[in-house]
Design a protein around this ligand. Structure first.
Ligand code: 9J3
Length: 288
């Protein structure tokens, strides 16, 4: 099966004249509703905590979560940096660290340098953090440096969109209840997933997620999940299975290039996500 899949990817690449250097991976079994909502995925995870002094100057204290090296010798994974929002710290978004890493990713969750830092600075921090994972971190040997992605909440979600403009070589971004004061996102070419929440009065979808989603060109793979009966803080501290499932599927599809995850992202609701928790779902399904 593996040989057949790799062969067909190679033929597809030849057919469109693409270079044969694209890195893609199939880590773990094919997705099911249970696998994408699982509290813990199939990979054993190790955590390393870093003080502010131990991280690059663009961000503060952090945790790195990575597949336990002794168990996965010689394997490489995509890397993901996750930023918190206004007045939030690492512990507010830390729940996503082991949840995503246990699906076969190297993840860093960090505090920003200041609680009020603007989204664009959070974007710079996200790009620094994900490059740090690949080049300098305790898990650098496990990171495929061609596979980097960013995730963030609120001003950190605005930071995700800003990071994609700053660094179009990113493979994927997931913006959770993103908040920004401007909307230059017609320039985004990085595959982007956005989560909005209908009861969000801090970053109301009508002023933030919806116009950001609409601005991203329809030639860029994109998807927009609006959660019903959810507030701005649905992504904070208490694990949210729908946010996790959507984020994991987007990272699998675009950070790993694992097309086994396409079908689940092209159905409404997306695979594993409770229909009653979804107010709306849309995307460039022809591209996904
Ligand atoms: O949680 C957030 O990052 C929302 C941003 C916000 O409320 O900014 C006010 C200045």
């Amino acid at each position: 099966m593996r040989t057949k899949t790799l062969l067909s990817v190679g033929i597809a690449a030849l057919a469109i004249g693409a270079p044969a250097t694209a890195s893609a991976a199939q880590n773990g079994p094919a997705p099911t509703a249970a696998s994408v909502t699982a509290t813990t995925g199939p990979y054993a995870v190790t955590k390393t905590s870093l003080s502010n002094a131990q991280t690059p100057s663009d961000f503060g204290a952090a945790n790195v979560w990575y597949p336990t090296p002794s168990q996965y010798a010689g394997q490489t994974f995509g890397a993901v940096a996750i930023a918190p929002g206004f007045t939030e710290v690492e512990s507010d978004i830390a729940w996503l660290g082991p949840r995503i890493a246990s699906q076969g990713f190297v993840v860093i969750t960090f505090s920003t340098n200041s609680l009020g830092e603007a989204p664009n600075s959070r974007g710079i921090a996200l790009n620094t953090a994900v490059k740090y994972l690949a080049n300098d971190s305790v898990a650098k040997a496990e990171v495929d440096p061609a596979r980097l992605a960013v995730v963030g909440h609120s001003m950190g979600g605005g930071g995700v969109l800003d990071a994609e403009l700053q660094n179009p070589s990113l493979k994927a971004g997931v913006a959770l209840m993103p908040w920004e004061t401007s909307n230059p996102f017609a320039g985004i070419t990085v595959p982007t997933a956005i989560v909005g929440a209908t009861a969000d009065i801090i970053a109301p979808p009508a002023q933030h997620s919806t116009p950001f989603y609409n601005a991203i060109p329809s030639t860029t793979p994109k998807a927009y999940l609006q959660l019903a009966n959810a507030t701005h803080f649905a992504a904070v501290r208490t694990p949210n299975p729908w946010i996790a499932a959507f984020t994991i599927q987007w990272l699998k599809r675009y950070l790993d290039g694992d097309t086994r995850y396409s079908a689940g992202l092209k159905t409404t609701p997306p695979l594993g996500i409770n229909a009653g928790s979804v107010a709306s779902y849309t995307g460039t399904f022809g591209l996904i």
